[in-house]
Ligand binder design. Structure first.
Ligand SMILES: NC(=O)c1ccc[n+]([C@@H]2O[C@H](COP(=O)([O-])OP(=O)(O)OC[C@H]3O[C@@H](n4cnc5c(N)ncnc54)[C@H](O)[C@@H]3O)[C@@H](O)[C@H]2O)c1
Length: 327
């Protein structure tokens, strides 16, 4: 059996989860990793018996790969994707696609022109509870949407700075925007407001809240806060005729679906590993067993455009129309 040869750029938190998942498959071999901090790359490479590179472009220049996983912070996107496309190397990339929309649009245009296989780490879509929620809402569409990302400020140095992460809305709450698009459809307009940070740790707002009008006619709000000392609530709640659907993430492998009707309430708890599921799916795309990933780059671009619109609406105090984005 031929093993797929893959590389991974970035060896931080989420790369660790992907490298662990990839190590568990017998039809793939991680041949090389890269990190801007060479010592980090070397340690990760030693753990898995791979070669280490001090940057992703060197990895792409020097390795013969079937695919590459791009697990770098939001500010580091653009050149890596361009290099992968130039070399015809399919890529899995973590969300968000970039700190802004311009870089992601440029990459999306080049991906479309190349026909290269891609996948993006909007992992909620791989969960059983989310698929069950989609089935329920297919029969009874959502009318009201309320979403939350209420959390602590992540400890990594790049995160609190808008130039590096985009913002909490673009970096974290993007998962909730993606879930809302998946379950309710595209958004027509977004208005928003934000409360500036006062903790002296960067310029990512302390809190932000977006008011959405979906093309289906549903309305809703999605809110973010980073001022807690713990993760309080990461969730999307949907109200349809005679039906409440609540999806909650407590950790990457702890999700819950709560369904409430006039007949009572049903709770489904899931310990599925969605990182493993999205990696397996992309490997199956590379092997020709699946035609495309459920979140290829162009689909992720629509979610990224929504998160960027919510961020811009909050910063500028305007209402942004997404109708030109294919909504
Ligand atoms: N899907 C999810 O639920 C999920 C969870 C966590 C993080 N993420 C995403 O993954 C990305 C990385 O997050 P993280 O938590 O792993 O961050 P991290 O800071 O733990 O790791 C990022 C690593 O990338 C390296 N790096 C930075 N620029 C680089 C470059 N140009 N070339 C090579 N390496 C570079 C850093 O040195 C660091 O080791 C973020 O976009 C984040 O949003 C997704």
């Amino acid at each position: 059996m031929r093993r797929l040869r893959v590389g991974c750029v970035g060896t931080g938190f989420i790369a660790g989860k992907h490298l662990h998942a990839l190590a568990g498959f017998d039809d793939v071999e991680v041949v090389a990793v890269a990190d801007a901090v060479p010592e980090r790359a070397r340690q990760a490479a030693d753990r898995i018996g791979a070669r280490a590179h001090a940057d992703g472009l060197a990895l792409l220049d020097n390795e013969d790969l079937d695919a590459v996983w791009l697990c770098v912070p939001p500010f580091a996107h653009g050149a890596l994707e361009a290099a992968a496309i130039d070399r015809g190397v399919p890529f899995f990339v973590e969300k968000p696609l970039a700190t802004d929309l311009a870089v992601a649009r440029t990459v999306a245009d080049r991906v479309a022109a190349s026909g290269l296989a891609t996948a993006v780490g909007y992992h909620w879509r791989h969960l059983g509870p989310v698929q069950r929620a989609a089935e329920l809402l297919a029969g009874e569409p959502a009318q009201l949407v309320t979403g939350y990302w209420l959390d602590k400020t992540p400890g990594v140095g790049w995160w609190p700075h808008r130039d590096n992460s985009g913002s909490q809305v673009i970096e974290q709450t993007t998962h909730i925007f993606d879930l809302a698009r998946h379950l309710v459809g595209d958004v027509a307009t977004v208005a928003a407001a934000e409360r500036p940070a006062e903790d002296g740790r960067g310029d990512v707002p302390a809190a932000a809240s977006a008011l959405l009008r979906f093309t289906s006619g549903a309305v809703g709000s999605i809110s973010s806060a980073r001022v807690l000392g713990w993760r309080h609530r990461v969730a999307l709640n949907l109200v349809a005729e005679g039906l409440v659907v609540e999806l909650t993430e407590r950790s990457l492998t702890d999700h819950e679906l709560r369904v409430v009707t006039a007949d009572g309430e049903d709770v489904i708890r899931s310990d599925e590993d969605p990182i493993l599921a999205e990696d397996r799916e992309f490997l199956d795309v590379l092997l020709g067993r699946v035609s495309q990933a459920r979140v290829p780059y162009d689909e992720a671009l629509r979610t990224h455009a929504l998160a960027c619109a919510a961020d811009r609406a909050a910063r500028d105090g305007t209402t942004v129309s997404l109708l030109g984005e294919g909504a």
